[in-house]
Design a protein around this ligand. Sequence first.
Ligand code: AMP
Length: 414
Amino acid sequence: MTFNDLGLSEPLLRAISKKGYTQPSPIQEKAIPLVLQGKDVLASAQTGTGKTAGFTLPMLDILSEKSKHGRPVRGLVLTPTRELAAQVQENVREYSTYVDINSAVIFGGVSAKPQISSLRRGVDILVATPGRLLDLHGQGFLSLKNIEILVLDEADRMLDMGFLRDIKRILALMPDRRQNLLFSATFSKEIKQLAGSFLYKPVLVEAEPENSTAEKVVQRAIRVDNTRKSDLLIKLISDGNWSQVLVFTRTKHGANRLTQKMEKRGISASAIHGNKSQGARTKALAGFKKGAIRILVATDIAARGLDIPLLPHVINFELPNVPEDYVHRIGRTGRAGASGEAISLIGEDELEYLRGIEKLLGEKLGMSQQSGFEATLEERPPKKQGGGRGRSNHSRSKDNGGSRSNKNKYRGNR
Ligand code: AMP
């Protein structure tokens, strides 16, 4: 199938070809015709599947057919994080090169002034995080009374971040008659409830597991003592001669500590987490993208929705205590048809987290040990913030072998 078969208008096909895409991704193939038909869509897709173009292209197509005097906001995309909001708007801007659509992005943590100025100029499509949207709405800088299409992007993360009440307040500000699209990587009871509360006869769309990029992610788990993780990480990076690695930690402090350690060892690194200013995060990401920084150390929330194309290596320096975050993390690799590798370093207090993740995935990750870094510490339960250092001579048996992710199974277990 080609983009020409999806029913998109010529100016959008031109923008797609300018972007260099030749074939729609599975989620685009399924979602675009449905959105063009005006249907509400409930889509299961994580970052890396091409979901952004999946909702942006048909939204642009529909809204560019007619314009409204004064350009009130007619399309609204809600995202959980500032970074994702910025990226989505960048996509909207690129795809709207040949149509008469204005877009803008608003999020917290930066001055509202330029955002207010762009709202005053008139905005057809607004991309926003919930807090700043409500803030500027409360101050009378925008109205949601003309919304025709609403997109909730990464809805699961929005709920994780406690945005449910804000979302409900925002929904109440919009007209009842509108088209709704909900994108989520996971489908919890809460997501289903939210979907049921505002989607009208939604069509369920899933990215084909066979074709999905996440299928190509090879997952490995290496059992290692916590105190030796940094050394092992350095070995993996230098043995593999990796030039760009995304490393996940559980905490902001952990991210800072690891970044400092890497820097001390002469490996350029930057941390990206919630305590960093927006400017610092943008700078770190830009440095990483252009290859000036070799290692980007991120916490789960900061990394959500980051657009880092063709990332071959993701390291879980610490496992997340929320199993769903693992799925989001490994979605950062194996993109755009390239294969990727996700390696988890499993400390003595993380085996419980590993079991939680394996239960969610419906498969064992297969644990190996790295020669020279064999684990010496016995399993102990996780502590809230790292902690204890129980020592023993017990060593875990070797059980080598990687594992391929299987989104299908994963979904089956939801
Ligand atoms: P997303 O899942 O929307 O974050 O997109 C993931 C990456 O895939 C982004 O870098 C997009 O620019 C890219 N992408 C989206 N659609 C396509 C396509 N049809 N062909 C190739 N790359 C794409």
